[in-house]
Design a protein around this ligand. Structure first.
Ligand code: PRP
Length: 210
């Protein structure tokens, strides 16, 4: 098929990507199959080339035009602020970013608050707007360990069911922002493949807005 008539779609590896594939399949697209151990990274189907990428890399592929479209959480968009179009809220992967601490933690506003997070920019903006002085430590995973081990006073992290916080003796002390999956587009792809992109957007919105 002519490459100008193919849509390149970056999907986030993991449960959100699988959910979006199921939605695409419900929308009548031949969605990317998972090959069990998830080793194959590219699939073709019905005029769409699907790439499985690390969720935080989705906006990088889309902003630079290696993918025309992508699906990722609004948490990642808030953190990296890519220069892309946000086309739709897919109402999947619904969760929130929250501030959490060890049960019983009392903030002392006279002291710099030490914050561990994957979301440095989101955390900085949140505490700056509250006029709170912070020392922000960037971590890449298992954020809940930081207050337990005394690396930080609080964390700013994703909370979905709350089970990870509960199982580690932590609790939410403030909500920062709700999060859900978004469909994003490369700006020039949107201009040159408008009809294809709009058709996919409409189809996926029909099944995700139910
Ligand atoms: C996220 C987040 C929490 C957990 C919250 O981690 O960082 O650890 O999910 O979910 P819950 O409220 O349902 O327990 P993820 O599984 O994405 O792994 P990560 O630590 O590698 O980011």
């Amino acid at each position: 098929m002519d490459d100008r008539r193919i849509l390149n779609l970056a999907l986030p590896k993991g449960r959100l990507g699988e959910d979006v594939c199921a939605a695409l399949s419900d929308a009548g697209y031949c969605a990317a199959q998972s090959d069990g151990d998830g080793r194959k990274l590219i699939f073709d189907g019905d005029g769409i080339r699907y790439f499985w990428v690390k969720p935080s890399d989705v906006p990088v592929y889309v902003e630079r035009g290696a993918a025309d479209l992508g699906v990722c959480g609004s948490d990642i968009l808030l953190e990296s602020e890519p220069d892309v179009y946000e086309l739709a809220d897919l109402h999947r992967g619904v969760c929130r970013i929250a501030v959490a601490a060890k049960k019983g933690f009392r903030d002392d506003p006279g002291k710099t608050l030490c914050v561990a997070t994957k979301f440095k920019n989101v955390a900085r903006k949140y505490f700056d707007s509250a006029g709170r002085q912070t020392d922000i430590i960037k971590l890449n995973g298992s954020i809940e360990l930081a207050p337990i081990l005394g690396l930080s006073d609080v964390i700013v992290d994703i909370v979905e069911t709350g089970a990870t916080l509960r199982d580690n003796g932590l609790e939410v002390i403030a909500d920062v922002v709700p999060v859900s999956a978004r469909l994003i587009a490369n700006k020039s792809a949107y201009k040159f493949k408008t009809d294809l992109i709009k058709a996919l957007q409409a189809a996926i919105q029909t099944v995700t807005e139910r």
